[in-house]
Write a protein that binds this ligand. Structure first.
Ligand code: 5GP
Ligand code: MG
Ligand code: MG
Length: 182
């Protein structure tokens, strides 16, 4: 129970379900990159919880970096206009990169971001997203690791926000449309 439960229409993934799926993805990544060192890039801020759980379940030498982009403001739809608001601190040349995202929606953010990162000549680059909303895709994006496919609804929790709130919900739920005036 939490003070936010009244704003949630439906719980999609419980803490337990999230934990299990994150462990499975981490095992897959560990198997795929045996003998290599990887670098996880978290796209702030939505992926910070996923990143924290995922990196601790990966059994490989691993470095971490963070980057932030803006495309949403306080709304619930991406604008297509993407801006880097915080760039990486590390050089990714010749590194094995995994971009860690909270959710792939229209694809606007990631198609832009992946292009920028590819231009920096990493040894390899893959995308790991916790959630995927394929119904809303506008730009094609190749996904290597995906936690759950979800329907077209606005979700919050486990790092994902609405107007910067709900990130600290331990589960993922569909926000009641009345909360954002929908
Ligand atoms: P895209 O550019 O693919 O449309 O949107 C990607 C970003 O929009 C995600 O990284 C996430 O920050 C935000 N986003 C997309 N759908 C949702 C959603 O259902 N809930 C929340 N909280 N954020 C979303
Ligand atoms: Mg995101
Ligand atoms: Mg957001």
């Amino acid at each position: 129970m939490s003070i936010f439960d009244n704003d949630i229409q439906e719980v999609l993934f419980s803490e337990e379900q999230l934990k299990n799926r994150v462990q499975e993805i981490a095992r897959q990544i560990t198997a795929d990159y045996q003998g290599k060192e990887i670098m996880l890039i978290s796209v702030l801020r939505g992926s910070f919880v996923f990143m924290a759980d995922l990196c601790r379940a990966i059994d490989l030498p691993c470095t971490l970096d963070f980057m932030a982009v803006s495309s949403y403001g306080k709304g619930t739809k991406s604008s297509g206009q993407v801006q880097i608001t915080k760039d990486l601190s590390e050089d990714i040349t010749d590194r094995h990169i995994i971009v860690v995202e909270d959710i792939l929606d229209s694809g606007n953010t990631l198609s832009y971001l992946l292009k920028i990162l590819e231009n920096r000549h990493p040894a390899s680059i893959r995308l790991c997203t916790l959630l995927d909303k394929p119904e809303r895709r506008v730009k094609p994006v190749q996904v290597h690791y995906s936690g759950f496919t979800i329907p077209d609804a606005f979700v919050v929790g486990y790092g994902l926000d609405y107007a910067e709130k709900y990130r600290n919900l331990p589960y993922i739920g569909i926000l009641k449309p009345r909360v954002y005036g929908g």
